[in-house]
Design a protein around this ligand. Sequence first.
Ligand code: UT7
Length: 325
Amino acid sequence: MTRPTVFSQITGTGSYLPGAPVSNDDLVARGIDSNDSWIVERTGIRYRHLAEESVVTSDLALQASLRALAAAGRAAEDVDLIILATSTPDMVFPSSAALLQQKLGIRNGAAAFDVQAVCSGFAYGLAIADKFIRSGSHRCALVVGAEVFSRILDWNDRATCVLFGDGAGAVVLEASAEPGILASALHADGSYSGILSVPGQISRGEVVGSPFLQMDGQAVFKFAVKILAEVAQEVLHEAAMNVAQVDWMIPHQANIRILQATARKLGLPLEKVIVTVERHGNTSAASIPLALDEAVRDGRIKRGDVVLFEGVGGGFTWGAALLKY
Ligand code: UT7
């Protein structure tokens, strides 16, 4: 007997932002050599959230996951796969996914692992979970993007420290007879590793190399615009759909100018792009699920809408997913 075709579908979303919003003027008041108009003009960012010292990635992930589980009507014990995308894990090991599993009180042996694809991490995690579910090996996945990026910023480097923020977003992805995820694509090119990195590593009890984020902003900008449009076309092609059929695009929220340029290149009206970068800054792997959760909860994204996710980040990595919400 042939096995019925299984798809994966998002059944619940959740997100969490730590503390009160921190404005550009707040950063200037803290001694950053910048100003509100430069940051807004170059990036579109007005606010970001910064976690307290004692808060770790799995704490943020826990709050977002509890909200996603509640939205899906699922108990934590129903989850049989946890994928947590982060570049700011709680510790070298165990994975933040395993620590999240413990905080959720899951004792059913669910598989748990981190994905390290920087700002593309959620696109990677979602595509991996989709493949696990379609294979029949798992039925209920928690896919999370969570970051405390403020910990890896050099607060003396004004060109980078104003860009990022902390937060978490999560989805519950379940086996379904109906799609769900229609197409996904993942890519990387390690030859671009030098334009965005945190090169430090722990060795013999010391951090060797810089523990802070380093970036060639203009090189990242050009690369991001080029490949975001390409990977969007790739998933549309795979699903035999066209851009006019997309109801919403949720790009990684790095910079409003990258979002606008990508939408223009694709021929997608800006009204169809979900934008949170103004209030969240760049939350790396958390940015797509944070934006998704906002747009679902405020009623913009409705069941049946076609949504295009796309991420790009250090590595370089990039990826996209097209789905029917
Ligand atoms: O997830 C991917 C993460 N990364 C990104 O998305 C970043 C992509 N790149 C960008 O968004 C932009 O390249 C930036 C926003 C980072 C920078 O914008 P830019 O237009 O490429 O500026 P720039 O680096 O060429 O710097 C222009 C000027 C420089 O001054 P001079 O040399 O012209 O006098 C900088 O020193 O702006 C100065 N500058 C600042 N001024 C005030 C750099 N950072 C700041 C700042 N406030 N925070």
